[in-house]
Design a protein around this ligand. Structure first.
Ligand code: RIB
Length: 313
């Protein structure tokens, strides 16, 4: 069992030819909505690979909340840890996609901002039976802290995806087995501007040193991922594809990477698998809607593609 503690957002997409300047109004097209949120996306990715997964999070008692929970329920995700708040809207993300597949995202956290340390502690029994526990920074700091602390105490593989970026005390890093930021998050967390592999290596080292114990994976979008572990420090290339929408690709990477680690794969192999999963995700639109099955990932890997994949979204 893998447990994900994190956010639910209904993603509202609009496509634009280019991003508007401040104060400018432009025409967009192809409005659509689909379940997202970093936590829910990561849980969905684990479930699509056929691994047992539980989700802890908060939604509003509204139609978006129902739809998002139903999307995970359809894959058999354990939802006992999901709370419904009567007095606040579900999380919502406004996502603007430009013609090159780049995105800008504004999130109204809504119910995600109500997740308490008590909501996490209530699920202590789930932590005890989880092989790995993943959290991000898209709910509350109290929830993230309680998750990392409890996960460490339970002896589960403790994984922090520091997204979206917020300052993280070194003590939190010391509870982690894995820290998995993208380039931007690694830059802000480490104070070292990540512009490629060499700077990703320096940022990973910085985080590893501050943690004292964690392994680090810095996702590099189309360039794959930089791994820093005692056994291997180096680059794993992505898989070259034509990206149409990178939203959720980073979450796909994390769900797939942790799944393979829990299944016993070593980090390099897990990273190759996760890069292949993320590469498929960027060729499809939407967050959860873009996440592949295990058979699709295995087919992608056996087709021998090289280079794109850690994912940014
Ligand atoms: O990581 C992608 C997710 O970030 C989107 O699904 C959106 O909800 C934002 O939270």
């Amino acid at each position: 069992m893998i447990t994900v503690v994190g956010s639910f957002n209904m993603d509202l997409f609009i496509e634009v030819p280019r991003f508007p300047a401040p104060g400018e109004a432009i025409h967009g097209r192809n409005f659509r909505r689909a379940p997202g949120g970093k936590g829910a996306n990561q849980a969905y990715a684990v479930a699509r690979l056929g691994h047992p997964v539980a989700m802890i999070g908060a939604v509003g008692a509204d139609a978006f909340g129902e739809e998002m929970v139903a999307n995970l329920a359809a894959l058999g995700v354990d939802l006992e840890g999901v709370v419904r708040r009567a007095d606040i809207a579900s999380g919502t993300a406004m996502i603007v996609l430009d013609a090159t597949g780049q995105n800008q995202i504004v999130v109204a956290n809504g119910a995600n901002d109500t997740l308490t340390a008590g909501d996490i502690r209530r699920m202590a029994a789930l932590f005890q039976k989880s092989r790995a526990i993943i959290t991000q920074l898209e709910t509350t700091a109290q929830a993230a802290e309680a998750t990392l602390r409890l996960a460490r105490a339970a002896g589960a593989l403790t994984v922090l995806n520091p997204a979206p970026f917020a300052p993280v005390p070194d003590e939190w890093l010391s509870w982690c087995d894995w820290i998995i930021p993208n380039e931007g998050e690694a830059s802000k967390l480490s104070g070292i501007e990540v512009t490629g592999r060499a700077t990703a290596a320096a940022a990973a080292r910085n985080l590893q040193t501050r943690s004292g114990r964690a392994r680090v994976a810095v996702t590099l979008g189309a360039d794959g991922v930089w791994l820093d572990t005692p056994e291997f420090a180096g680059h794993i290339p992505g898989v070259r594809v034509q990206a149409v929408d990178t939203v959720g690709a980073g979450d796909t990477f994390i769900g797939a990477f942790v799944t393979r680690l829990v299944e016993g794969a070593e980090a390099r192999e897990a990273a190759r698998f996760a890069c292949a999963a993320a590469a498929i995700a960027v060729t499809r639109r939407g967050a959860q809607a873009s996440i592949p099955t295990r058979a699709e990932v295995e087919t992608q890997m056996s087709s021998g593609g090289a280079a794109n994949g850690g994912g940014k979204g």
